[in-house]
Design a protein around this ligand. Structure first.
Ligand code: GLU
Length: 272
């Protein structure tokens, strides 16, 4: 065999190898992803017997697709507000897509891609309550929120006279509100709209509709993983420009009558 022939065979073998390494269209070597979402927030992240729905679920699935992963390769893991940084830091999840506001304090522990959505903190009250008209009408009232959230933090900083009860999840606060154990639940308007629209709560709960913060939702990931952060940022940009973002908003937040506020869809910031 001539050197030329051997060279051609080696080149062909190398090409075949590199093709199979790239996947070559097959799904056998796509990367598995663990993604932290909320399990109890209708319209955003909801687990109904292993069926995952919501805006964050659709965003996560879209991003996973851009990272070369199919929906079947995603494992959704519950990421309660107070546990998100730890879940990322310990590698229990690769990404968190869970109504997760980008803040300076959190940026010390994790990196964020985004924002991919802008929400605002609001109040959920019982439908027959006419006394709570906004955050300045909360004196003497008992408010419920979730440990480790920006919502609870804001109440402590800005409304120290209000009695705050903290639970681990927002659905626990909804239960307390219905049972008259608290007077209001405070968190992002997106989350509150989802609860108010749930069949069991219609006519019983209402959103006040006076947002008093800006919540920039980001995709949380391991601190300093710039490569992943840049890929997720590109995916978010594509999701907005190809119309998927609007489709996900309409499908998940539309049924609750929620309309994205000013600044939406946002322009994702550069990863740092
Ligand atoms: N977006 C806020 C936060 O990240 C409130 C909602 C939540 O707890 O997920 O803290």
């Amino acid at each position: 065999m001539s050197f030329k022939k051997i060279g051609a065979i080696v080149a062909a073998a190398a090409l075949a190898l590199s093709l199979s390494a790239c996947g070559g269209g097959s799904s056998t070597n796509l990367q598995a992803l663990k993604i932290g979402i909320k399990f109890d927030q209708p319209g955003l992240g909801l687990n109904e017997g292993g069926k995952f729905t919501g805006f964050d679920v659709d965003v996560a699935t879209y991003i996973a697709g851009k990272l070369g992963t199919t929906a079947e390769k995603i494992t959704f893991i519950q990421a309660p507000s107070a546990q998100r940084e730890t879940l990322i830091d310990t590698g229990q999840v690769d990404l968190v897509v869970a109504t997760y506001s980008i803040t300076d304090a959190r940026k010390e522990k994790v990196s964020f891609a985004g924002p991919y959505f802008i929400a605002g903190q609001d109040l959920l009250i019982r439908a027959d309550d006419t006394s709570i008209t906004g955050p300045d009408a909360l004196a003497g009232k008992t408010l419920c929120s979730v440990t480790g959230s920006t919502s609870a933090q804001k109440v402590k900083e800005k409304y120290p006279d209000v009695q705050l009860r903290e639970f681990g999840t927002y659905s626990e606060c909804v239960g307390a509100l219905l049972a008259k154990g608290v007077d209001a639940l405070t968190t992002d308007d997106t989350i509150l709209a989802g609860y108010a629209a749930q069949a069991a709560n219609v006519g019983k709960l209402k959103v006040v509709g006076q947002p008093f913060s800006t919540e920039n939702y980001g995709v949380g990931l391991k601190k300093g993983n710039l490569e992943l952060c840049n890929k997720v940022t590109d995916a978010i940009k594509a999701m907005i420009s190809d119309g998927s973002w609007q489709k996900f908003v309409d499908a998940n937040l539309g049924p609750a009558g929620y309309k994205p506020g000013e600044g939406n869809p946002p322009t994702p910031a550069a990863c740092s």
